[in-house]
Write a protein that binds this ligand. Structure first.
Ligand code: PMV
Length: 318
């Protein structure tokens, strides 16, 4: 039996986070420089059906049976096996690794689920299409985030730039002009579940006003879709700044995010905003190719623990 390998990229949300939970669209793109990987190794000495899991990033090294059923790795393994319904599961070791920063808005949990589903279903002889991979990963996202919109599992399972709107057919963006995105980590994290529930509490204090903010974010996202396809940096930058101001009204920015956003703008970024759950985590800046290194340097000098620059390339929707 050969070793089987599954891989999934990270992601970043460009526009529309938080509002996407309240029935507005959002845009996310894959980040191919960071990945989660899953390897299945046959365990010739194990008992039939025994699944041993090794995930050094979270210091986990134990049998599936010893993990709580609602542990995300246990859940994803059970879901993948149930989806295939094999007559027999040989003894295996599942090794999970990831270079995606954790709790930083880069989709590490969804990417791990997608990589595991890809590896296991391929190993069991029935690899699943992205639609089904995304649906299974969504079930695991619920454990991490409570009420996830579903944007992470979709952009990661399809590996394409997506215009995501809950309960609408997913749209893939056919990019005509490439753009460069600098992602910078504040080094401060707050779990997405917490920032989503903080926004929910605010919303409950005055649903009408917050509904209006979500609606304005939705309008930004609709404009951003066309600007992103065309690679219109000036308009995209303006829209990012507008989206950031609206996110500030939701109270999900942070002093460190504000410092990094200002530093990126002063270094010549076309626009900058937080990305993902906020209250720490990552920010993103849009930079023309000649400004990228200046923006990266300014972000590090302003206290970013890491920058990752990703290219959104020209793409054809297939
Ligand atoms: O922090 P992330 O990248 O997992 O993104 C969270 C995005 C939210 O819109 C805040 C929540 C969601 O489920 O879409």
């Amino acid at each position: 039996m050969a070793i089987v390998f599954g891989k999934a990229h990270g992601k970043v949300i460009l526009f529309g986070e938080h509002a996407v939970v309240y029935d507005q669209p959002a845009i996310a793109i894959p980040v191919t420089k960071v990945n989660a990987t899953a390897r299945i190794l046959p365990n010739l000495e194990g008992l039939s059906g025994q699944v041993h899991i090794q995930a050094p990033d979270i210091a986990l090294d134990m049998d599936l049976d010893a993990l709580a059923e609602d542990h995300p790795l246990a859940k994803v393994v059970h879901l993948a096996i149930e989806a295939v319904q094999p007559t027999h599961v040989p003894a295996i070791t599942l090794q999970v690794n990831s270079t995606i920063p954790i709790s930083a808005g880069m989709g590490s949990s969804a990417a791990i689920s997608v990589a595991v589903i890809r590896a296991l279903t391929t190993f069991l002889g029935a690899p699943l299409p992205p639609l089904e991979i995304s649906a299974l990963a969504y079930e695991v996202e619920k454990i991490h985030h409570g009420t996830p919109s579903g944007i992470d599992n979709n952009v990661i399972a399809y590996q394409k730039p997506v215009y995501f709107w809950k309960d609408h057919p997913i749209e893939f963006l056919s990019i005509e002009n490439p753009s460069h995105w600098v992602i910078a980590d504040t080094g401060e994290g707050r779990p997405t579940r917490e920032s989503v529930s903080a926004v929910r509490e605010l919303y409950d204090t005055d649903p009408k006003s917050y509904e209006a903010i979500f609606h304005q974010i939705g309008e930004v996202v609709q404009n951003a879709k066309e600007a992103l396809i065309a690679g219109d940096l000036d308009f995209l930058g303006w829209l990012m700044d507008k989206n950031q101001r609206l996110l500030e009204e939701l109270n999900v920015s942070s002093p460190k995010l504000d410092v990094l956003i200002r530093a990126a703008r002063e270094a010549g970024a076309a626009g900058a905003k937080l990305s993902g759950g906020g209250c720490g985590g990552n920010m993103i800046a849009l930079a023309s190719p000649e400004k990228i290194s200046k923006v990266e340097q300014a972000l590090i000098e302003a206290g970013a623990v890491r920058t990752i620059t990703t290219l959104l390339p020209t793409s054809e929707v297939r």
